[in-house]
Design a protein around this ligand. Structure first.
Ligand code: ZN
Length: 464
């Protein structure tokens, strides 16, 4: 049993009062990420401004064998940043700022607590695109984006967060600083250590700094909303868009139930009648709408699409995206979010099977599908009228069971956290899980880093 008093004494001696908060001084946001599933306040809240302070705090927690949770913008949806009982939270809010933009190499070096949108704007001012973008850009932090290997809406063009990270600095459980701030695109010198930390959700180390690869800033963009009769037409349209549209940066699909709920909530009318599927296509680097208009005209002639709206202004394009971002869902009681990956060709069948399986138990549920179709990433918004633990688990079991049947992944971009942990073996083999446990044991022998997250306890697995 850890000695809490001894731990707090040691932290107080090592850190100043602005860096170490205790008791009532700890902000309420430390309890839970945006899944609102957190149940415990941390026993101490460390707000380092330097990597050395992160190292000192971790070293002390390791000696006292006290659990540590790393916190960023708290925008996660999987409970990954929620403290377990008796944990110390390390908030990276104050470890923020851009250290350097190398315009010759096209790289940005920054601290982990930097808000994504701040980094995006700095890149733009220097004439570059920071190729990571997601809805929570105004409050999520780059360290959290990396720790969860966040996806988002630019993945079709630029890949997931992992694909845009050149180098990392991270602090291990015992306080050792691993500085791997590589800036070179080609660097084949042994194991690529940064990838251990990308997507590890705070279970292998605390990410403190990163080097991001920037892209040239595209000039101009064209955005269209397209109506389709069936999913197969969407698959064909995607293939044609990837082959025929230079600079395709988004291909986002919405099922009709999603469009009608979301557009009603936003008070936006898109098409004059409803269509089974709608797709947002965005093309970057084109100064006008001509290419997109020609492409969509041809698709209409071929009978692949039913209707199309091309945004004539930034305001119109924002309306398409407002419906896609679906703020109305935040007001839907008992909303349960899913984030799954299924092969693109089978997404349509998966959605039908998933809806049928859920409706068997919950005939009146609100079930809506939408997502980043180009990345085979589907989100599911479900509300069955209750959100107690038993109901959540039941809805998870049904949905993840269908994911497993389709050979998919239970998390495409949100991560595992605690909410999906017990279903990890639906998507990962026993051999893969054993290797993950071995890596965890090596880097964090006392198991202090974000315990209970990502990895299910050894030896627990579902019968197949
Ligand atoms: Zn998404």
């Amino acid at each position: 049993m850890p000695d809490t008093h001894a731990l707090l004494d040691a932290l107080s001696q090592a850190l100043d009062d602005a860096t170490l908060l205790k008791g009532d001084a700890i902000p309420a946001k430390a309890r839970s990420d945006a899944s609102l599933s957190g149940r415990h306040m941390p026993i101490a809240y460390v707000r380092p401004t330097t990597v050395e302070q992160v190292s000192v705090a971790l070293g002390i927690c390791n000696v006292h064998q006290v659990p540590v949770v790393t916190q960023g913008g708290m925008t996660g949806l999987a409970g990954g940043a929620n403290p377990v009982e008796g944990a110390v939270a390390i908030s990276l809010d104050r470890l923020s700022g851009i250290e350097e933009i190398d315009t010759a190499a096209g790289t940005m070096t920054l601290k982990a607590g930097t808000v994504l949108e701040v980094a995006q704007k700095a890149a733009e001012e220097a004439g570059f695109l920071l190729p990571i973008d997601l809805g929570a850009r105004g409050s999520c932090q780059i360290g959290g984006n990396i720790a969860t290997n966040a996806g988002g809406i630019r993945v079709i063009r630029h890949g997931v967060t992992r694909d845009n990270i050149l180098g990392l600095e991270a602090v291990l459980a015992d306080g050792t600083v691993i500085s791997s701030l590589n800036r070179l695109r080609k660097n084949n010198t042994g194991y690529d250590l940064k990838h251990l930390f990308v997507g590890s959700e705070g279970t292998l180390g605390v990410i403190t700094r990163a080097v991001i690869r920037l892209q040239p800033l595209p000039v101009g963009k064209a955005t269209a909303l397209v109506a389709l009769l069936n999913y197969d037409n969407a698959v064909q349209l995607l293939a044609r868009a990837q082959a025929g549209l230079v600079g395709l940066t988004a291909f986002e699909i919405m099922w009709d139930s999603y469009v009608s709920f979301s557009s009603q909530g936003e008070g936006i009318t898109l098409f004059d009648r409803s269509h089974p599927f709608s797709v947002i296509i965005e093309q970057s680097g084109t100064p006008d709408n001509d290419a997109l208009e020609t492409f969509l005209g041809a698709m209409f002639e071929e009978g692949l699409i039913e209707d199309a709206l091309i945004a004539q202004s930034e305001k119109e394009s924002r309306q398409f995206w407002a419906v896609r971002e679906g703020a109305a869902y935040d007001r839907l009681p008992h909303l349960i979010n899913f984030d799954v990956s299924i092969a693109i060709g089978r997404l349509g069948d998966f959605a039908a099977a998933c809806e049928q399986a859920l409706r068997e138990k919950y005939p009146d549920a609100h079930i809506a599908f939408f997502g980043h179709m180009g990345d085979s990433n589907l989100h599911i918004a479900v509300s069955v009228g209750a959100s107690d633990e038993a109901t959540l688990h039941h809805v998870d079991e049904i949905t993840y069971g269908v994911v497993r049947d389709f050979g998919g992944s239970i998390s495409a971009e949100h991560g595992i956290g605690v909410l999906k942990r017990d279903f990890l073996d639906y998507s990962r083999s026993p051999e893969e899980l054993a290797l993950m446990h071995a890596i965890k044991k090596t880097l964090d022998p006392h198991g202090i880093l974000n315990p209970g997250k990502v990895l299910p306890p050894p030896g627990t697995h579902h019968e197949k």
